[in-house]
Design a protein around this ligand. Structure first.
Ligand SMILES: [Zn+2]
Length: 423
């Protein structure tokens, strides 16, 4: 296996040239740095699945019993989906679930999560006290198959998992439409909006959730299922996923068991600049709300709605995360809201409709666009808000955070990337 990702050479060249053209069009003084055309993109710091596994086992060993490493399930190609548990599932403790890399090409959250675990192990008194109050369960790299995708002999992580839609597997007529988030192996290039074909079918795992945690595609009424799948007004982004992937199933099982107070999901997106007055490159985008209206499950008729206290805590943690990075006029503080979505079939969408407060962190740049530039700084912009949220949950001061400040986080603006790679 090659560790250096040369990416699909031709499309990379196009992507970078166009992204610079876009920058020139949208702002006079782009404040990168961005990967230059002649620079060699390298994923040499990115862990393979085997390296991730070894590292997790080492962290467990060195944790002196603080962390228990479990396998929550297996990817469609049989790779373990790890669950690192700091603390038991105790009702008297606050419970936080952090998961990363549900999109295989969004690697930085996983790297940040590993560093967080090392910090949890450090013996730092404040951290130890925090962990006495808060149980933190971490699922790093939820899409290991997409992460390790090989294209023409090179390592090229993609968004989707590796899984083929086969309706007959579910006793459905052969011509039944696939879930709308299925691809035959096309991925969009960052910045160019052009698709490249790599030919490995799969699902966007972050659309494969159902607010009905007990939804089982094998148990549901088949006629109804075929009707929903074949109806474009129902089989779309504003409705449920079908939990066809073992990865989405594994996460669902963990949230069912753990019933976290807070869930945080880490992604990458394209590039944005902060505002017309402030052209700092946005380091992270954040979002606390994942649906905008009540949702009725097409199979059970059950209605789901975000509860008031869940909305409040979601906004409080998002505000706390935002504030933790405001350190004067630095690139750390260039944070804005992620565009409002209405996705009951996304991971956080389904989780929030079940009574857990949620926060999305979107780090700038896609792995194949940014390479390793700014990795240290960007990991910090993931870890700092999460530590702050954990410590505020531990000492109860999260209650003092004004949820109304959520609306004052600068709105989504100045997008310079590919919309399909977001969230
Ligand atoms: Zn993503």
């Amino acid at each position: 296996m090659k560790k250096r990702a040369s990416i699909v050479a031709a499309s990379l060249g196009i992507a970078l040239i166009s992204s610079q053209t876009t920058l020139a069009d949208t702002q006079s003084k782009p404040n990168g740095p961005y990967v230059e055309v002649e620079q060699n993109l390298s994923l040499s710091s990115v862990m393979t699945n085997e390296e991730l596994e070894k590292k997790l086992q080492k962290i467990e060993e060195s944790s002196q019993g603080k962390m228990q490493l479990d396998v929550a399930g297996y990817s469609n190609e049989g790779t373990p989906l790890y669950l690192a548990k700091y603390g038991e599932n105790e009702p008297e403790k606050k419970r936080v679930l952090i998961y990363t890399q549900i999109h295989g090409n969004e690697v930085l959250g996983t790297e940040a999560a590993m560093e967080m675990m090392q910090k949890f192990n450090s013996g730092d008194k404040d951290i130890d006290e925090m962990l006495e109050e808060v149980s933190v369960w971490i699922m790093p790299r939820l899409n290991p198959d997409g992460t390790m995708t090989q294209i023409e002999g090179d390592w090229n992580p993609v968004r989707y998992n590796h899984q083929t839609w086969n309706p007959e597997e579910y006793d459905l007529p052969a011509e039944t439409e696939a879930p709308w988030y299925y691809t035959l192996g096309y991925e969009r290039e960052q910045a160019t909006n052009e698709r490249f074909y790599y030919g490995i079918p799969g699902y966007d795992l972050n659309r494969d959730f159902s607010p009905n945690y007990n939804f089982d595609i094998n148990e549901v009424d088949k006629e109804k299922l075929a009707e929903v799948l074949n109806d474009e007004s129902k089989n779309n982004r504003y409705n449920t996923g079908y939990v066809v992937s073992p990865e989405a199933k594994a996460i669902t099982n963990v949230v069912k068991e753990f019933n976290p107070d807070v869930a945080i999901d880490v992604h990458h997106r394209g590039f944005n600049y902060l505002s017309e007055e402030d052209n700092r490159s946005v380091a992270i985008s954040v979002l606390g709300m994942f649906t905008t209206q009540p949702y009725t499950d097409p199979f059970t008729g059950e209605k789901y709605e975000i509860e008031e206290d869940v909305e409040k805590l979601s906004k409080q943690i998002t505000v706390a995360g935002y504030q933790s990075l405001q350190r004067g006029f630095s690139s750390f503080g260039a944070i804005q809201q992620y565009p409002q979505v209405n996705y009951p079939g996304s991971g956080l969408g389904a989780i929030q409709l079940n009574g857990t407060a949620t926060m999305l962190i979107e780090v700038k740049g896609q792995t194949q666009t940014l390479g390793q530039k700014q990795n240290g700084m960007l990991k910090q912009t993931v870890k700092t808000p999460i530590y702050d949220i954990l410590s505020k949950l531990a000492d109860g001061s999260i209650e003092d955070v004004d949820a109304n400040l959520y609306d004052e986080i600068p709105p989504a603006h100045g997008w310079m990337g590919d919309p399909s790679t977001r969230y």
